[in-house]
Each structure stands twice: as structure tokens, then as C-alpha cells.
Design a protein around this ligand. Structure first.
Ligand code: ATP
Length: 197
């Protein structure tokens, strides 16, 4: 499972998904856009936009599928609920949860985080940015299963920064295609997303 707000999905998300499939030899990777992100203060873009952009970004990748279940569920999206549902649907499967290091740093604030560590192997991608405190990263959580570190180059890129650039008018069409997959760039332009903050 690879969850996120994907508002918008960007090239680091796609690189992370590809690296996870290859390095973990996954049979399937479900990209799951979050419904209501309980941990994010701003309102997310409409579910239909985030779903459409996620499909454009990820659907061409081998063994990767976009799964809309959290967008269709009422109330806050808790990862543990989704993982438990996946466990029931795939008896005997080993579940993996793919997250960036900023999310891992905050894992102890997640709903039922201890249960989450019991049912999925946590796979972490490095992420650097001065605003994401390294100090919060605590690998000493008591773990029943070892953490996995994904090998991929650091990608100093965030959806927040991309939205800001579009709102400020500093993201040219050519610039935008270096930040998000081309089809996503076209979708953003066509639907005039992120023009206002
Ligand atoms: P925002 O800036 O809106 O908070 P984001 O860029 O962090 O968004 P999300 O959709 O929240 O993107 O991220 C989904 C997952 O991808 C999270 O686990 C996050 O840590 C990870 N991720 C996002 N960007 C990167 C990156 N540049 N490098 C590594 N992991 C990333």
C-alpha cells in the first residue's frame, strides 16, 4: 500500500512506487489516495481530481493500481482500516506500507500505529527538506518486523511546493512537466487547479 493525498501526484511519488515494486518484488502495489487526511490542516482538492491525476500518474506502471476505496469511505481515512481490509481480501499475503521518512517520523501519532506495525512491513524512502525535522525520526520504536529502507535518490520535491509555484504563477508549462508526469500537468492546466491558494 502506498497512500497519500496526491494533490497533485508528482515525479517523486512515481519514482517511489517504481522503486518499491522493483526492490520489494511486490506482486501488486495499491496506490491509495486518502479521503480526509486527518493529519493535514488544509482542505484537499476534490476526490475526483486527485483520483483522476493519480490514475494518470500511476496506471502505466507495471503491477501498480490506483485504488479509490478511501475516497469512497466516509469519515477520516485511517491507514490501519485500509490495511486490515487488505489483509481480509488477501489472506496469507505479506503486506507492505510504503511511506516517506517525514511520514515515518510521525508514525506514532497515527491511529492504532502499534497494530499497523504488526500487520505490515514499513518501507521508508528518504526525504530531505529543512522543514521536515530529522529529529522526529526515531528508528528505536519497538518493532516486531524490521523496517525496510528503499534505495532511491533523494528527491527534494513536494506537492506543497508545486501548488505554491502554480498559485504564484512561477511554474511554466515546461517547468511543470519536470515536477509532475506530463499527463498530470495537462490535467492541472485543463482544470485550472491550484490557481488560487
Ligand atoms: P504535501 O506537500 O501536500 O504534504 P507530499 O509531497 O508530501 O504532499 P503526499 O501525497 O502527502 O505528498 O505523499 C505521499 C507519500 O509520498 C508520503 O509517504 C510521503 O512521505 C511520500 N513522499 C512525497 N514526496 C516525497 C519525496 N520527494 N521523496 C520521498 N517520499 C516522498
Amino acid at each position: 500500500m502506498f497512500g497519500g493525498s496526491f494533490d497533485p501526484p508528482h515525479v517523486a511519488h512515481v519514482a517511489l512506487a517504481s522503486a518499491a515494486v522493483a526492490q520489494l518484488q511486490l506482486d501488486a502495489l495499491l496506490v491509495i489516495p486518502t479521503g480526509q487526511a486527518w493529519y493535514k490542516e488544509r482542505a484537499l482538492s476534490a476526490p475526483e481530481h486527485r483520483l483522476a491525476m493519480s490514475q494518470l500518474a500511476f496506471d502505466g506502471l507495471a503491477r501498480v493500481q490506483v485504488d479509490p476505496r478511501e475516497l469512497q469511505r466516509a469519515g477520516p481515512s485511517f491507514t490501519i482500516d485500509t490495511l486490515e481490509a487488505l489483509q481480509v481480501e488477501n489472506p496469507g499475503a505479506q503486506l507492505y506500507l510504503i511511506i516517506g521518512k517525514d511520514q515515518f517520523a510521525a508514525l506514532k501519532s497515527w491511529h492504532r500505529w502499534e497494530d499497523l506495525l504488526q500487520i505490515a512491513i514499513i518501507c521508508i524512502a528518504d526525504r530531505t527538506d529543512p522543514t521536515w525535522a530529522e529529529a522526529g525520526f526515531n528508528p528505536k520504536i519497538r518493532l516486531l518486523r524490521p523496517l525496510v529502507h528503499l534505495q532511491l535518490p533523494l528527491m527534494p520535491l513536494s506537492a506543497t511546493d508545486i501548488r505554491r509555484q502554480i498559485t504564484a504563477g512561477t511554474a511554466t508549462p515546461q517547468g511543470l512537466v519536470r515536477l509532475v508526469p506530463e499527463a498530470v500537468a495537462r490535467y492541472i492546466e485543463r482544470h485550472r487547479l491550484y490557481i488560487s491558494p
